[in-house]
Design a protein. Structure first.
Length: 460
């Protein structure tokens, strides 16, 4: 049972170690993704901004402008690999309390690479014919590298290169700085009154030129946006290529509150990433190693115990078998029923010096012959006594032996005599004396040693 448990633990430990190795790469690639239900807002402000107000039909200067970016995920439209987010941008003149611009956008993208996917109702300002490609921009790939990424620009409706420009720190988080530099490029046309641009016509169509210097600070681990700054300029140019009308000139910077909000969202994602790529693999690996070691020890312990037991007992058994065989062959039992004497006593008796070996053997033979003779004579004494009692009491001689046997069985002294007789014979055999000498000790010997001798004389 212990071996089976050890094998199970060893297998479990191996699986945990493999899982710990795969978790930072294979597992994290399937767990760490951009969320489906994202919700975040960021506000950028610009002071001393200038723009042309369509409501007032005049250029507004020295105003404070505010651009609010809101991102909301559409979880129902997304999937395990693709996220669908809605973006809403609102630019407002805080000084004059006038709206300036609104923009809506729906985009779908890969939840790990941040690459745009043309599906799921993607559109820019309601125009679904615009094909969105490149990187989202609001997020970069998880594991952002120090390289140039093509990011989709909603003002040009095409991807533009964002170049790695250095590494900074945003609220203690290392961030890669990427910049987009768009020289003045035409991105559309505008119909304006001729009087606004010094033309005699009632209305004229002029080309619109877009210029942008945009900076993003991206967490390279999570791909999340931490900070942003944009310097945007929109103008209308006349046929000579000169500026005819300023539509927007603003240097927008993200507010500290918005930076803190984005950093808080990023920290939650970083905590999840740290759990999957560092903490869980480390703990799982340590537990796996411990379980594997315990399993190996449990699986190997029974086999080591068997081998240890065999190596310990086999020499004793091998030595004991020849010794028992030799003793049984050279030393037959003197008294039936007393064969199980202590091994140490028999070993000492079987190993005397060479000078005493022969007398001991002769004494053993004499003792065996005397025992046989006494065993043959013993039944005669009870028979004679039975006859004498039969003559005295008138009891038939045939019943005397039975009565004597019953009396002998009931008498404690008879039992003591029968138990002490073999002991005396064995003592004679051990000391080399004859049974007669053991039965008739010297006169000055203690009385306790001559009980058997007196009982034997009385019987004779």
């Amino acid at each position: 049972m212990r071996r089976r448990v050890g094998l199970v633990l060893a297998g479990l430990g191996t699986c945990l170690i493999v899982f710990a190795v795969l978790m930072p790469t294979w597992v994290s690639s399937r767990v760490l993704k951009f969320p489906l239900n994202e919700y975040a807002t960021a506000t950028l402000t610009a002071s001393n901004a200038s723009y042309f107000s369509p409501a007032k039909l005049t250029e507004m200067t020295g105003v404070t402008m505010e651009a609010t970016y809101t991102i909301k995920g559409n979880a129902a439209a997304g999937s395990s690999s693709t996220a669908v987010w809605n973006q809403f941008i609102y630019v407002y003149d805080q000084t004059n309390k006038l709206p300036f611009q609104t923009l809506t956008r729906t985009f779908a993208f890969d939840r790990r690479t941040a690459q745009l996917v043309n599906c799921c109702g993607a559109n820019v300002n309601g125009d679904s014919s615009v094909k969105q490609t490149g990187v989202v921009g609001y997020v970069f790939p998880i594991g952002t590298q120090k390289q140039t990424y093509d990011v989709f620009d909603t003002n040009l409706n095409k991807p533009m290169p964002f170049t790695y420009a250095g590494t900074d720190t945003v609220d203690g988080i290392q961030a890669y700085r990427f910049t987009e530099n768009v020289s003045p490029v035409q991105n559309g046309t505008q119909v304006v009154p001729g009087s606004l641009v010094g033309q005699s016509q009632a209305s004229v169509i002029l080309p619109q030129y877009y210029e942008m210097h945009l900076t993003y600070w991206i967490d390279p681990d999570t791909g999340a946006l931490l900070n942003a700054a944009e310097n945007e300029k929109l103008t209308l140019q006349n046929s000579q290529g000169a500026q005819a009308l300023l539509l927007l000139d603003a240097n927008l910077v993200m507010t500290p509150a918005s930076v803190n909000g984005l950093v808080a969202l990023d920290n939650s994602q970083r905590s999840k990433m740290s759990l999957v790529t560092m903490i869980l693999p480390l703990v799982t690996g340590i537990v796996g190693v411990i379980v594997l070691i315990v399993g190996i020890l449990l699986a190997r312990r029974p086999r080591e115990d068997v081998e240890s037991g065999a190596s310990t007992t086999s020499p004793e058994l091998a030595a004991a078998e020849p010794e028992d065989a030799g003793r049984s062959a050279t030393q037959p039992s003197l008294v039936p029923g007393l064969d199980d004497e202590p091994a140490a006593t028999e070993a000492e008796a079987a190993q005397p010096e060479a000078a005493h070996a022969a007398p001991a053997a002769e004494g053993a033979e004499t003792s065996e012959a005397a025992e046989t003779s006494e065993a043959a004579d013993a039944p005669q004494a009870p028979a004679a006594e039975a006859e004498a009692k039969a003559d005295a009491s008138g009891t038939p001689a045939a019943d005397a032996p039975a009565a004597e046997s019953q009396e002998a069985a009931e008498s404690p002294k008879a039992q003591d005599a029968s138990a002490e007789a073999p002991t005396a014979e064995m003592s004679a055999a051990a000391t080399g004396e004859s049974p007669e000498a053991a039965a008739n000790p010297p006169a000055d010997a203690p009385a306790t040693t001559s009980r058997h001798g007196r009982r034997g004389t009385h019987r004779r």
